[in-house]
Design a protein around this ligand. Structure first.
Ligand SMILES: [Ca+2]
Ligand SMILES: [Ca+2]
Ligand SMILES: [Ca+2]
Length: 177
């Protein structure tokens, strides 16, 4: 079976992971620990950070091409054993910085549950693996759902408000009350 080539090597993967963790840690240190759930929360900031990563030209819009490029990077980075599929362990273990945040907010269980639900959604054929094709379809579906005016661009509002993967993670980080 052909395994999709990945342009990122292990070092780059690790580096990205480290950068994420450092950024997340920096956010946690900078912001006051009180009133995390209110007003401009850390997860909001982290979400905006992902938008800025995707908005490569800094013009306030994300193209599907940007999302696909980033998705390929994420897939390669998640697929630790490089077998071309994501299993649930690889899926849950991967972190963009939100795990650090979930620990900080004492929401690890909710965060992991959200990830497992997303895995089940992405695994369309139910073989307990997410193939690259499934991963791509999942990402495309999230893009289309978020693109409220169907102009094939996501504004920051569309992305933060409607990109399912992000919305689910952020919801999991909110306190129950
Ligand atoms: Ca794998
Ligand atoms: Ca599958
Ligand atoms: Ca749009």
């Amino acid at each position: 079976m052909a395994v999709a080539p990945t342009v990122y090597n292990g070092f780059e993967r690790d580096l990205l992971m480290i950068i994420r963790l450092v950024l997340a840690a920096a956010l946690i240190l900078i912001l006051p620990l009180v009133s995390v759930a209110q007003d401009l929360s850390k997860d909001q900031l982290l979400a905006e950070l992902t938008f800025d990563d995707l908005d490569q030209h800094g013009n306030g819009f994300i193209h599907l091409g940007h999302v696909e490029e980033f998705r390929q990077f994420v897939f390669g980075s998640m697929d630790q054993d490089e077998d071309g599929h994501l299993n649930i362990e690889e899926w849950v273990r991967w972190d963009y910085g939100f795990r650090v945040l979930s620990t900080e907010l004492d929401r690890v269980e909710a965060y992991e549950t959200a990830l497992k639900v997303m895995f089940a959604v992405a695994d369309r054929n139910g073989d307990e693996l997410v193939s690259e094709t499934e991963h791509r379809k999942n990402s495309l579906a999230a893009f289309e759902r978020a693109d409220l005016n169907n102009d094939e661009l996501l504004t920051e509002d569309e992305y933060l408000g409607g990109f399912t993967i992000l919305v689910a993670i952020r919801a999991a980080l909110q306190p129950d009350d």
